[in-house]
Write a protein that binds this ligand. Sequence first.
Ligand SMILES: O=C[C@H](O)[C@H](O)COP(=O)(O)O
Ligand SMILES: C=C(OP(=O)(O)O)C(=O)O
Length: 372
Amino acid sequence: MTATADSTPPTGDLRVLGFQPLVPPGVVRAELPLGPARAALVSESREAVTRIMTGEDDRLLVVVGPCSIHDPAAAVDYARRLAAATAPLADDLCVVMRAYFEKPRTTLGWKGLINDPHLNGTHDVELGLRTARRVLLDILDTGLPVGCEFLEPMSPQYIADAVSWGAIGARTPESQVHRQLVSGMSMPVGFKNSSDGDVTAAIDGCRAAESSHVFFGMDEEGRGSIVSTSGNPDCHVILRGGRGGPNYGPEHVRDALALLHKADRPEHLVIDASHANSGKDHVRQAAVTEELAAAIGTGERGIAGLMLESFLVEGRQEPGPLDTLDYGKSVTDACIGWDRTEQLLNTLAAAVRARRAALDTTVDPRRDSARV
Ligand SMILES: O=C[C@H](O)[C@H](O)COP(=O)(O)O
Ligand SMILES: C=C(OP(=O)(O)O)C(=O)O
């Protein structure tokens, strides 16, 4: 509680239990430098994602990996397998490993590795920030770019230079704080439709983030700052279903593309095969991925990217201290296991090849008029 110099009763911070100074972002970045080779990978992959989302590159963006990272060793083990399995598919797929360190919760639950790296309520946030950054560097060393959800407005200062693709989750596309944050982000960012299924919230998010903003933030020395941004032109929409059900079907894609057209935005979007598109059922998620592969294979150009939740072992388990957990299994949403993931990645690569063949022989006036 804030003390007052005179007899004024305290009225501020009545429910704040404590403040702990946070290590400045510049210190953590200097301890764990990105370095030129990783920086080149980050820059090239950001450009590749941007080209895919504007339709200049006809590959499919695939953001694939665990729902959340809780065990650095298992995450890097997964990354090595993913890098080896997808290197031969690079002409068809642009693979970004999903490495989520911050979890937005519907009500309560473990908030991710940055917030509580020991998964036991001790909230060693500085360890969490350093561990997350270390994991990002280790994944980049496998040759894979990385995608994260950005949730806390200050955390990107510690890790975002190592991130090639960002997401704003379904609970925050309407949040001014997150739209402002994205306006200063250096990578392409997807806004999810809101948890009630509203796609307009995501399109509005993209439009707001494209603009310049002035807002509260922190500089690299950890000082509270007024941040000015130039705006992020590389924003897109992610369909993840909503409370009314899934929104990955042909009619949903058509409607979302029409909204993008109306908003004068590129008619390309990402579809999350998990969350409300699969009812968080990993078996269903694989079936959704196959349905989407079929749509892509018949020539659907609007689907530019897919998100999959996948880990070494299928399913999920309740979070807890690392030594009590099964290795390589999600502690948040259920994930597709490794073998099935590998099959699905091959299916998606084949779908991209089939789309190229289909588009060579068919004319889609709607798409042709939309493309430059
Ligand atoms: O992706 C993970 C979850 O879907 C998200 O964090 C919400 O989870 P919850 O509904 O279990 O809180
Ligand atoms: C929380 C997530 O998804 P959504 O925002 O779609 O619920 C997620 O991808 O981890």
